[in-house]
Design a binder for this molecule. Structure first.
Ligand code: SF4
Length: 442
């Protein structure tokens, strides 16, 4: 038997003994599996578990998701990042209600046509939920296949990528054939019997799960054993078949070429407080982190001849009109308040950033610094508390009127109100810092 044919029963046998008991493995509901697959893109299993459980509790059906408000779905996703995923999930749920009468489609092409679902996710749903022979190819699977079969070319190259998809397909198709072989041998030896952690061990069930389990076994091996660094080759169930193990080059594969170096970006945020409330704004549709809430902030771009105001994040992402409204809101507060300027952080760029948002004269106190990474960016967000003084009772112009949209002017929110809004992860930390300021009377 060649190594492709041997790999399938070896992985199925290992999976039956070692699969993690994950909550979405306790169901065959394609909706639940779909939600888990979307959450698992770019996010680790242990982070996803509580989010998935909460989502399924609050929105247990496709219809419930389709009918949920954008505020609700963003709040349920808050902290998971890559928010386009949840917006596409929302759109797709609505499409399923409209086009498929609320029933998740079981045809691969129909699944692939849904917003936010690519070939990998369609394959994962169709194989896991419907046991169809649909291949999957994500980072974990690429790592396992390139190592086991000794594929040294860059899997991002078109030809190599196509070769890997073909290989993944051959294997999952073979899984349903091998089931009969394994099942019949099970009557003599139970060593290779496999099943999901929660389901029975009948042959019939194994046949219904073979492709589902095989694809999951590839992902599971990549997650638990064939890891990017320090793969556990000595305990690997497929080491005898593995070219990389034999040639001692596991860590050199997959060959992903040169890594692009991360770009550092620096943002200055202003936590403007007035009488126990804070000025926050909502990012408009069509921009990064659309619909999420944040404190006013500016990107500092080094070595720019222009002032930060011309290169700030608002200038990039917010319409000019929106920015000028927010600026006038802040300026009106600062001017009417009339408190003396005291700048405790003598950083010219920060002062210029504050002025670009209309905070003039600035009264700033360093609050906290949040560092995080997104895709190829290393982001540093420095937050300053803006003190408006004790006498102010200013209500900014345009605030609270029907014509004024939150994304344009910003709105004043108490800590309790901010808890109900969805913030980006970095700005959520500023919400905590702002709340602490109130609690400690600062
Ligand atoms: Fe990965 Fe090592 Fe197993 Fe090969 S033997 S599949 S390199 S863990």
């Amino acid at each position: 038997m060649n190594s492709k044919l041997k790999l399938v029963p070896a992985l199925l046998g290992w999976f039956s003994q070692n699969a993690r008991d994950l909550p979405w493995r306790r169901t065959r509901d394609p909706y639940a599996i779909w939600v888990s697959e979307i959450m698992l893109q770019q996010t680790q299993v242990k982070t996803v578990i509580p989010y998935w459980k909460r989502w399924m509790r609050e929105l247990p059906t496709i219809k419930a998701t389709a009918n949920a408000s954008p505020g609700k779905i963003h709040k349920l996703w808050e902290g998971l990042g890559y928010y386009t995923r949840v917006r596409n999930l929302h759109k797709a749920a609505r499409q399923i209600v409209e086009k498929h009468n609320g029933k998740f489609p079981d045809n691969f092409d129909d699944v692939l046509a849904l917003p936010g679902i690519g070939r990998y996710t369609a394959g994962a749903i169709c194989s896991i939920a419907f046991n169809q022979p649909a291949p999957i190819l994500d980072g974990n699977v690429i790592r396992v296949l390139t190592r086991v079969f000794g594929i040294a070319k860059n899997p991002r190259e078109k030809k190599t990528n196509a070769q890997l998809w073909r290989l993944a397909e051959e294997l999952v198709v073979h899984a349903s054939r091998i089931t009969h072989h394994v099942s019949s041998s099970l009557s003599r030896t139970s060593r290779l019997r496999y099943t999901s952690p929660r389901q029975g061990t009948k042959d019939e069930d194994e046949e219904r799960s073979a492709r589902s389990h095989f694809n999951q076994s590839l992902m599971e091996l990549g997650a638990l054993v064939c890891t990017p660094r320090n793969p556990q080759c000595p305990v690997c169930p497929v080491k005898k078949l593995c070219v990389a193990f034999r040639e001692n080059c596991a860590e050199e594969l997959p060959n992903l070429g040169k890594r692009t170096t991360a770009t550092a970006r620096r943002f200055i945020a202003f936590v403007v407080g007035q009488r126990g409330r804070f000025l926050v704004r909502q990012r408009p549709a069509g921009v990064v982190n659309a619909h999420l809430w944040e404190f006013p902030n500016v990107e500092i771009v080094p070595n720019q001849r222009s002032s930060p105001a011309k290169r700030d994040e608002s200038a990039h992402y917010f319409r000019k009109k929106s920015q000028s409204r927010l600026t006038s809101t802040l300026r009106s507060i600062a001017t009417e308040d009339g408190s003396a300027a005291t700048v405790q952080e003598p950083d010219l760029e920060i002062i210029r950033a504050a002025k670009s948002l209309g905070i003039e004269p600035p009264t700033l106190q360093p609050l906290c610094t949040v560092k995080h990474s997104i895709t190829r960016y290393r982001i540093t967000l420095e937050a300053f508390r803006v003190q408006l003084g004790g006498r102010s009772s200013t209500t900014p112009k345009n605030f609270g009127t029907r014509r004024a949209r939150p994304s344009e002017t910003g709105v004043w929110q108490s800590p309790a109100q901010m808890k109900r809004l969805a913030f980006t992860s970095a700005h959520k930390k500023l919400v905590s810092a702002a709340t602490d300021c109130i609690l400690s009377g600062r």
